[in-house]
Design a protein. Structure first.
Length: 187
């Protein structure tokens, strides 16, 4: 019996050292060597201050900035996640209806203009940093007007900020809201 306990303790110590120490250190070392920016959180720095991460959405509510998609966690990273409301949920239906009306009102859109789904539905994580190019284009008028710049300047920034599908075929074109808003501030 003692022999089995000693073997079990040895195996526990060996696997703790391998999986709890050696493996994490190896992966961290490789990530720091090959993908330093991503491993450090893809932080964006302006005037020596960290202003955000390109991997996480931030709350932008000013008319001077492009808005991200809604967040179930109010853009908090610790409680991030979806609301888990199903398609038959009255709460989800009222939230979506209210968001559509608020988006149309803020952007002076007629009832015939479809509001993109990413502006009314929350992402699965609640902190998705991207919106569709269509969502960004619908916000151009509001942002240009608030900043007193030509809409063509905003449209050009949206076009520059539009990223293609990953590897050319995974997903859809997308716009990182933080990077777009930082580009606007540089104007």
């Amino acid at each position: 019996m003692t022999k089995i306990i000693v073997q079990a303790l040895r195996m526990t110590l060996i696997f703790t050292a391998l999986t709890g120490l050696a493996y994490p250190l190896l992966v961290t070392g490789i990530a720091q060597a090959l993908f330093r920016k991503q491993a450090d959180g893809s932080l964006q720095i302006r005037n020596g201050q960290v202003v955000g991460s390109t991997l996480l959405a931030q709350k932008f509510e000013s008319k001077r900035y492009f808005w991200p998609r809604p967040s179930a966690s109010d853009f908090g990273t610790v409680p991030s996640g979806a609301s888990n409301l199903g398609p038959t949920s009255q709460v989800l239906q009222s939230n979506v209806t209210a968001r559509i009306e608020a988006f149309r009102s803020a952007h002076t859109l007629s009832g015939s203009v479809a509001v993109p789904a990413d502006m009314v539905f929350q992402s699965g994580s609640g902190v998705d940093p991207h919106i569709s190019p269509e969502s960004a284009r619908l916000q151009v008028h509001r942002v240009a007007q608030a900043r007193n710049v030509p809409e063509s300047s905003m449209e050009a920034l949206v076009a520059q900020a539009t990223e293609p599908p990953q590897f050319g075929f995974l997903g859809d074109p997308r716009v990182n809201v933080l990077l777009l808003n930082l580009a606007i501030d540089r104007l």
